[in-house]
Design a protein around this ligand. Structure first.
Ligand code: S5P
Length: 275
């Protein structure tokens, strides 16, 4: 069997055991979109308006729910309605980073009750495997999936070398709940500390932020690559785009940018699987 990134999203969907990963791969195929839009705005009205505009072009919406200043629980109902209207999944970019007991509470409870509405969330591997057990105790019964941050897009980040390898190892030993990575490239070839956990058929999704067509970075260390570099050259599965789309002003311009990134990401994927 060829490595996961040389198979179609549809082929991968058929084999994936995790419900959230399977649904994401099916949505990507159905909508011909490997675009995730990150909607990092602080007002409910802007948040919902942008999602309604980009909805037709995306497979996934990425949220930072804690930056919404006028949050109230009805926002989650509206978000769910949009996810049904436009057929996309939801990824709360919570970047959990504490011991298992604490993250289980942060994931299930508090103001946001993330596990109840977010199909996918993510965690830093820094606390060790207990973070996965804690999150899995809440998310697995709900059919959720977890991404580990094996690498980051920002200049000078510490998620490199042995840290990345340990992240991949943690994922390989928790395949039932860890469905992939936030990373800048494919992780199959990362040597894991214990080779016995490698499965030739492994299929971890790689979701990649730091994607932009017009600028190379921002003033705070973010670094951008093009959809082609990310999907074709580096073999990643989903491009995550924030300001390159929602930061463009009028609804018409935001819509045009969403379609532009969707097209670029999909063309890069088609070229990848036909090589
Ligand atoms: O390494 C990372 C990981 C993440 S999840 N680098 C990132 O930029 N992100 C997130 O992706 C970040 O929190 C933000 O929500 C989004 C990138 O936004 P943009 O406006 O720079 O495209």
């Amino acid at each position: 069997m060829p490595s996961a990134h040389l198979q179609t999203y549809a082929q991968r969907a058929q084999k994936h055991a995790n419900p959230a990963a399977k649904a994401l791969l099916e949505t990507i195929e159905r909508k011909k979109s490997n675009l995730c839009v990150s909607v990092d705005v602080t007002k409910q009205a802007d948040f919902l308006r942008i999602i309604d505009v980009v909805g037709p072009y995306i497979c996934l919406v990425k949220t930072h729910i804690d930056i919404i200043e006028d949050f109230d629980p009805s926002l989650i109902d509206r978000l769910r309605e949009l996810s049904e209207k436009h057929d996309f999944l939801i990824f709360e970019d919570r970047k959990f980073a504490d011991i298992g007991n604490t993250v289980a509470l942060q994931y299930s409870s508090g103001v946001y009750k993330i596990a109840s509405w977010s199909h996918i969330t993510n965690a830093h591997p820094v606390p060790g495997p207990g973070i996965i057990s804690g999150l899995a105790s809440v998310g697995r019964p709900l059919g959720r999936g977890l991404l580990l941050l094996a690498e980051m897009s920002s200049k000078g980040n510490l998620a490199t070398g042995a840290y990345t390898a340990e992240a991949v190892h943690m994922a390989r030993t928790h395949r039932d709940f860890v469905v992939g990575f936030i990373a800048m490239r494919r992780m199959e070839s990362v040597p894991t500390p214990d080779a016995s956990v490698v499965d030739e058929d492994e299929d971890f999704l790689v979701l990649t932020p730091g994607v932009g067509l017009d600028v190379k970075g921002d003033a705070m260390g973010q670094q951008y690559r093009t959809p082609r570099e990310v999907v074709f050259e580096s073999g990643c599965d989903v491009i995550i785009v924030g300001r390159g789309i929602y930061g463009k002003g009028s609804d018409a311009e935001v819509q045009a940018q969403a379609e532009r990134y969707r097209k670029e990401g999909w063309a890069a994927y088609e070229d990848r699987i036909s090589t």
